[in-house]
Design a protein around this ligand. Sequence first.
Ligand code: NDP
Length: 242
Amino acid sequence: MGMLDGQTAVVTGGARGIGFAIAQKFAAEGAKIVIGDLDQAATEAAAKELGGTAVVCDVTVQDQVDALLSRAVDTCGSLDILVNNAGITRDATMRTMTEEQFDQVIAVHLKGCWNGTKLASLIMRSQKRGSIVNISSISGKTGMIGQTNYSAAKAGIVGLTKAAAKEMAHHGVRVNAIQPGLIRSAMTEALPADKWAEKLADIPMGRAGEPEEVAKVALFYASDLSSYMTGTVAEVTGGRLI
Ligand code: NDP
């Protein structure tokens, strides 16, 4: 028996990277998967691999998030788990960062996460159960040079998570956040070698994490293993910046 048998899980940005690893882990535990992502071909390929449903969705557009969650309910019968994972980076120091780069990152991470949390809460409160997992970042705990946009958005996700957790607890809906550190994905493969080495030197466990290692913590939050936890933040960093 899987830990998520009979449950429906929506993962935004689930076509690749950490989101795909989470969707894969949930599917292996028996969940019906709905992937919402930007690129149609990649979203369909990912969903097909997991026997799930693909929905093209830009998390910054509330109507599209609404359509994504409605599709999960219509196709699978319920919405039990939402992982707000979609993300981008537009790194630059403040001297060169444009207003557009700031706005884009806030829109995808913070507004996208709010769109998902708000709309999933409406469905889950009527079911009287549900688990929302928001993917923040260790950059939101510490603040990183070149990431005034990303660090602000990821710290904002922690505040959003705690406020939503308090609002939703008595409806049986839990809301928690994960702060990954340096995880191998397309997002971090774009880092120059010296930046990668600099980050690695900061990690007590001496290595980067794998998407699967974030997925295991997402499973913990999504499942009854964390039934008495809400409004919490788990650092998945190999001990970095503790
Ligand atoms: P990837 O870039 O590999 O994957 C991100 C996914 O999100 C892509 O499929 C991307 O689509 C999708 N996406 C981007 N914008 C939107 C949007 N507006 N609506 C829907 N989907 C969108 O990144 P990771 O897997 O590394 O990151 C996943 C999450 O984990 C992010 O929130 C990231 O900030 C966070 N994180 C990652 C860390 C790491 O070290 N990798 C560390 C800490 C946090 P497309 O490819 O078409 O752009």
